[in-house]
Design a protein around this ligand. Sequence first.
Ligand code: SF4
Length: 443
Amino acid sequence: MTVGLFTPDGKCNPAYLKLDLYCKGLKIDASCDLDEDARQIIRNRAGLGSGLEVVIGADMYTNVPVVEWWVGNSPYWLVKAAPEEGQSPAGTVPYQIWREREPFDYSAYDSMETAKRGPWVGTLDRANAELVDTVTIPEEPKWYKQRTSSGKLMQRIGCLQGTYLGVYWGPRCQNWGPNGENEYCKFCTEGQNLGSQEEAEKSIQDVLETAIAARKESKITFVHVNTGFLDSNDYLGLFEPLFEKLKSQTNLLLGLQAPPDANFENYRRFKQLGVNNVSLCFEVIDADLFVEIGPGKARRAGLQRYLDAIDFCANEVGFDTVNGEIIAGLEPLESSMRAIDWIVDHGAIPTVCVFRPVVGAAYGKRKPPRVEDMLPVFQHFYRRCMEKGLPIGIAPNVKVSLIMLPEECRGLMPNPNAWPIKRAALWFAAKAFKAVFNTRVRV
Ligand code: SF4
């Protein structure tokens, strides 16, 4: 079966739409009322969460680029449906995604003004466009506007990325100075966001209160905490009190995303603290590009240290899951597939982002990747996870908007019905894990 935006019966393929929206972005029709209906756009997590949160189909969360210069070339439009056009599950008026009928022109990027920024608001010419699918815009949770007991706005402590809570913890990544000037990763804007988009100073109590509020209202199950480089590379020292408090008070699932620790033995302590998932982001496996894209990462850790840390966490410590994170579109496709192979062959699960040239990043004026190039990478990703029998899609209610989840990539396969027994086993494992989680969670 050829994989594209529509299946042979004319229905939208949500997985393909999610992937294509990462590559092309979304324009906003004048009918939309996003101030009223949507979550505020919060640029954090290295700037990759720079888009609009949208739910495609039943529960495919995605964070769609809307402000970058290249979104001006997108054929996709967000339109607010009229009330008679249906109700979304939440009882609100649904939104729709439409696509212009004109064939997509990649060469148009060459003549575009890269300094321009959106959102790209206009009026869709429906006569020359086709309806792709009805989507939901998740409402902003009420806790975003609540304050912690220290008076801080909770949305500046952490934010939802899909259905989990993402929190940055610690000082600004030291690749951003004062002694690391020009060492930041060229796709990243974290150094610009901390302090402007999110609180630079937050206490353990601030994070705990935000996590509890997010659990009560948004039913989060997972708190993912990330940080940038410390000169000391002592991440256990940075995170230990926070994880201790979060686990003992909530028993939510906890994720750590940090550069490789100075002492790998510390990962055993992270496990004792109740950390369920460790994620290490090396972005590219091409050795020269690793240095070029992340000079600070190269000087402070180096590619091999990232790979060694993934190997150690997956095979010596044995967290519930370990992720190696890469960005497809920053290196040749064969390299991205080689990185996926390396991660899978070492017992970890790849996290594959689609390169997003975001406003303010050193690579912000680059072109986004082509969906035709991304498709085989994500097909390879799913195939390798299934062949290896990795535990994908097990954690309850963890829908991630910034990436294609491995299980979502099934929709990108020419034969999505392959591996029926393995998929059934994963389904049972997810049910069992959810039951155990529900008995143990404290909020
Ligand atoms: S390590 Fe790189 S990607 Fe991560 S916060 Fe620092 S500069 Fe950004």
